[in-house]
Design a binder for this molecule. Structure first.
Ligand SMILES: Nc1ncnc2c1ncn2[C@@H]1O[C@H](COP(=O)(O)OP(=O)(O)OP(=O)(O)O)[C@@H](O)[C@H]1O
Length: 208
């Protein structure tokens, strides 16, 4: 599902990533701060472009394609919700940049909200939610895009251990249900070992 062999240079750190991940794998990405974990995810999502080499996703060459054209959805640590919009509007932005949704789009929003346990909050403003609820909304919006590769960059590290466990279980269930290929940067690997099928360690811009 993900095949890449690329070189990428920030002035501080030349990086080289070689990776081959099969469909349905759930991979933990671990490593010290500044080792290159976020950069690896950004190269897959297309927010950074390789200086050399190629990125194949779902069998297609995506080395030079835009993030929106890649079969990838990515969730960052900061969930980037619009505070003044409702939960339903924030989720809907995963489907269309317009705030006006069709009936079938509305149905999709309600369905995913129900699955994520946030159906009761659909009309509430995002800034009136707890941290865990916000992350569920952000997850719902990301998943609504229905892409087969799912990238999570330490999305739950700011939450308390119980909320974190709840969301990790939710991610696991969604990965199984939708047969997603997951790469997740985590600093709490010991807590969540059972979520993953494999683990890669990044050190000084390389996978070791
Ligand atoms: N926009 C940028 N411009 C220049 N250098 C950058 C940029 N972003 C990151 N770097 C450098 O690239 C290296 C890897 O950064 P990256 O964010 O990928 O690390 P990380 O493993 O995700 O770290 P953390 O766990 O702290 O989030 C670091 O040395 C960093 O200084």
């Amino acid at each position: 599902m993900i095949q890449m062999n690329v070189e990428f240079d920030y002035p501080e750190l030349p990086m080289k990533f070689k990776l081959n991940i099969a469909k349905g794998e759930r991979v933990a990405v671990i490593g010290e701060s500044g080792s290159g974990k976020s950069t690896l995810l950004n190269l897959i999502a297309g927010f950074e472009l390789a200086n050399q080499g190629e990125v194949y996703l779902a069998g297609q060459n995506h080395t030079h394609t835009q993030p929106a054209d890649r079969p990838v959805s990515m969730l960052f640590q900061d969930n980037n919700l619009f505070p003044h919009l409702t939960v339903s509007q924030n989720i809907g932005l995963g489907l269309t940049p317009s705030l006006r949704l069709s009936q079938s789009q509305n149905n999709k929003v309600e369905e995913i909200a129900y699955q994520m346990g946030i159906a009761d909050f659909l009309s509430r403003r995002a800034d009136k939610l707890s941290g865990g609820q916000k992350q569920r909304v952000a997850l719902a919006r990301t998943l609504l895009r229905d892409k087969p590769i799912f990238l999570l960059d330490e999305p739950f590290s700011a939450l308390d251990p119980i909320r974190r466990e709840e969301l990790q279980e939710l991610v696991y269930t969604l990965c199984i249900q939708k047969n997603l290929t997951l790469l997740m940067v985590t600093h709490q690997f010991d807590e969540v070992k059972q979520l993953f099928t494999s683990v890669i360690q990044v050190e000084n811009g390389n996978i070791v």
